[in-house]
Design a protein around this ligand. Structure first.
Ligand code: CO
Length: 141
């Protein structure tokens, strides 16, 4: 059902400083940057092999990432798996009793469709499922 790790999302308090750190110290160049108003984030993606590291800055304190930063500070926010059939994957998880945050796919960045799975069903880690746009470009959101 999962075909690859799509990205690892890291919540950061200062997006510009974190981008600069990834460039200068880790030697990674940003591959994509996007504001996703519906999720209250600005994200910057760095390609690492076939996957991405995704830095997440909150658009405000009263957003999911803003509340995460307030509660837990910067750090690992979620792991995203690529799937070919997002609706099918959600159905399978639902049948398996895994609690879903998103019952239906919703739009992610870069034209992807995404859904979040509750950490209660995945060992305490927030999990995102990512379906690439039809046409095949690798997606991240
Ligand atoms: Co993500």
């Amino acid at each position: 059902m999962f075909t690859a790790i799509d990205h690892v999302g890291i919540a950061v308090a200062d997006l510009e400083a974190a981008v600069e750190h990834h460039r200068r110290v880790l030697g990674l160049e940003p591959a994509h940057r996007e504001v996703v108003e519906s999720q209250g984030v600005e994200e910057v993606l760095f390609a690492v092999g076939d996957a991405y590291v995704q830095l997440l800055g909150a658009l405000g304190p009263d957003t999911p990432v803003g509340r995460f930063l307030e509660r837990r500070g910067p750090g690992l926010h979620h792991v995203a798996y690529r799937v070919e059939d997002l609706a099918g994957a959600l159905e399978r998880l639902r049948e398996g009793g895994v609690p879903l945050i998103d019952e239906e796919p919703r739009p992610g960045s870069r034209g992807t469709r995404i859904a979040f799975v509750h950490p209660r069903g995945t060992g305490g880690v927030l999990v995102e499922l990512v379906e690439a746009p039809s046409g095949g470009a690798d997606g991240a959101s």
